[in-house]
Design a protein. Structure first.
Length: 171
């Protein structure tokens, strides 16, 4: 269908017309865990943290689970190689980041918080999440529009949601 023709018909009839459909699902308020996850992701991607810790890349994913009164945060955080001098330096900076996250969570929750950063790191094999760009794109993760692009920034498997993605990847 020609969109120009569609808009001309809409102008004539006064009836809103579309050549596509979309569906949205929302909920409120955010749970305490959802607020913690968003708070940490926003903090780690803030200008303040990026200037204090340039080794922290922009590709940061925060997964949170709550079991009773314990919150577990698993964070995938791309580190930028030019700001890391050695394997020891990487692990020192990773520990510092975990401490920063633990401190930041105290602003939102009184629950016990356990933080794991880059869980796949293997010190014995010297296999760590070290990148040139600070993103996972160089590893084949090209960030297609889809599951991770919820308007509120959260993937919430126990909440109502649909599979529609917000237009583009601008968030």
């Amino acid at each position: 269908m020609d969109l120009v023709e569609l808009y001309l018909r809409q102008k004539e009839t006064g009836i809103a017309l579309a050549n596509d459909t979309s569906c949205g699902v929302g909920y409120a308020p955010l749970s305490e865990l959802e607020r913690v996850v968003l708070q940490i992701e926003k903090k780690l991607n803030s200008n303040e943290i990026k200037s204090l810790h340039p080794e922290i890349g922009e590709d940061i994913k925060v997964m949170g689970t709550r079991r009773g009164d314990t919150v577990e945060l698993t964070i995938a955080c791309a580190f930028i190689d030019r700001y890391i001098s050695s394997l020891h330096d990487y692990f020192d900076k990773k520990l510092h980041l975990a401490s920063l996250v633990e401190h930041e969570t105290k602003l939102t929750t009184h629950k016990q918080v356990m933080v794991t950063i880059n869980a796949a790191d293997d010190i014995a094999a010297e296999s760590i999440y070290l990148t040139i760009t600070g993103t996972s794109a160089e590893s084949g993760d090209d960030g297609e529009v889809g599951r991770g692009n919820r308007v509120n920034g959260l993937i919430t498997p126990y909440r109502s949601m649909n599979m529609e993605a917000a237009a583009g990847k601008t968030r």
